[in-house]
Design a protein around this ligand. Structure first.
Ligand code: ATP
Ligand code: MG
Length: 174
């Protein structure tokens, strides 16, 4: 699966609608502290279905909505659009929108869908909000600080083979 484009509006610090084209290959995001680099990664997680406040560095669901600054009033909604191309070569786009007091809703290729449908779409593409391929800033520090056995677990998890151990332990205990 390839991410093609990310569009954010009212999401965290991205108050004005912002569009990012994502070219094939490695993408680097650079900028001063607090400029919104991590918020971009969180937008990708969020549109793919992330709901854990910890992963989103927020207290509640609505905390992803632009909260306002000294000079700008808060927004009523946040919206993220992710355009991607699946491994089958088909383009698709997912929209997630949250409104204050009204919860969040998804659209897949222009149709209202359930969170589950979005999760399945990304699961089919072998990725998702919890994909080990999305490594957050804090997690990198954890990998460096980890003891060798812990580090091995993390790397195995990233390689997608941690599940094999779980199944093996499960088999051995029977
Ligand atoms: P660093 O280099 O320190 O990791 P960064 O570029 O990753 O920084 P982010 O953590 O993405 O920066 O952005 C943090 C900024 O986003 C802060 O200024 C914070 O106030 C702002 N922010 C986060 N949530 C909201 C929100 N709901 N409304 C407005 N601003 C927000
Ligand atoms: Mg950051």
């Amino acid at each position: 699966m390839l991410f093609r484009q990310l569009r954010l509006s009212g999401f965290k610090s991205f108050v004005e609608p912002s569009t990012l084209r994502i070219e094939p290959g490695l993408t680097g995001v650079v900028g001063p502290n607090g400029c919104g680099k991590s918020n971009l990664l969180e937008a990708i997680r969020w549109v793919m279905g992330e709901n854990s406040p910890k992963s989103m560095r927020s207290g509640g669901m609505e905390d992803v909505i632009f909260a306002g600054t000294d000079r700008r009033p808060p927004r009523d909604f946040a919206e993220v659009v992710l355009q991607a191309t699946g491994d089958d070569g088909e383009d698709f786009d997912v929209v997630r929108r949250i409104e204050r007091g009204a919860g969040s809703a998804y659209r897949l290729n222009g149709k209202d869908v359930r969170a589950k449908d979005v999760a399945l779409t990304f699961a089919d593409a072998a990725t998702g909000a919890h994909s080990p391929a999305l490594v957050s800033q804090g997690k990198i520090a954890q990998v460096i600080a980890a003891k060798p056995t812990e580090r091995r677990m993390m790397l195995e998890e990233a390689a997608g083979i941690a599940g094999l151990h779980v199944r093996r332990r499960d088999a051995e205990s029977k």
